[in-house]
Design a protein around this ligand. Structure first.
Ligand code: TYC
Length: 113
C-alpha cells in the first residue's frame, strides 16, 4: 500500500477541487517607544559616588557599576539603561536630585532610542 498525499480537498466540507491559501490575521500591536538613560562625565564627581549611583538607582552589581563608571570616565558618556518614558524620566530625576543633594555636578539625561 503506498501512502496518499493529504490534499486540501480532504478537508471536511471542502468541495472536490477547492483550493485555498491559509491566512492568519496579525493585529498590529503598539510597542511603546524606549528611552536611553545616559550618564555624562565631569571632572569633579568622585568615582565612588558614580559607582554608588549605578548600584542604587540602576540595580547594578558593584563590579558592573565600577566598569560602567570607568567607561563614562574614559569615553565621556555611556548608556546606563533603556526604559519606558516614565521610568527613564524617574531615573534621571532621582540621579539629578541625589547628585544635587550631595553637591556633585553629575549629569544624567535621556534620549529616545
Ligand atoms: N571623571 C570623574 C573623576 O575623575 C569620575 C566620573 C565618572 C564622573 C563618571 C562622572 O559620570 C561620571 N573623578
Amino acid at each position: 500500500m503506498s501512502p496518499r498525499p493529504v490534499l486540501m480537498s480532504d478537508r471536511k466540507g471542502a468541495p472536490e477541487g477547492e483550493t485555498g491559501v491559509v491566512t492568519k490575521t496579525r493585529p498590529k500591536t503598539q510597542r511603546p517607544p524606549l528611552y536611553k538613560v545616559l550618564l555624562l562625565n565631569d571632572d569633579y564627581t568622585p568615582m565612588e559616588f558614580v559607582v554608588h549611583v549605578l548600584e542604587r538607582f540602576f540595580g547594578m552589581s558593584h563590579a558592573h557599576a565600577f566598569e560602567l563608571m570607568l567607561t563614562v570616565h574614559k569615553k565621556g558618556v555611556a548608556v546606563v539603561g533603556v526604559f519606558s518614558f516614565e521610568v527613564a524620566e524617574t531615573k534621571v530625576a532621582q540621579v539629578m536630585d541625589f547628585a544635587r543633594r550631595h553637591q556633585h555636578p553629575l549629569q544624567c539625561t535621556m534620549e529616545k532610542e
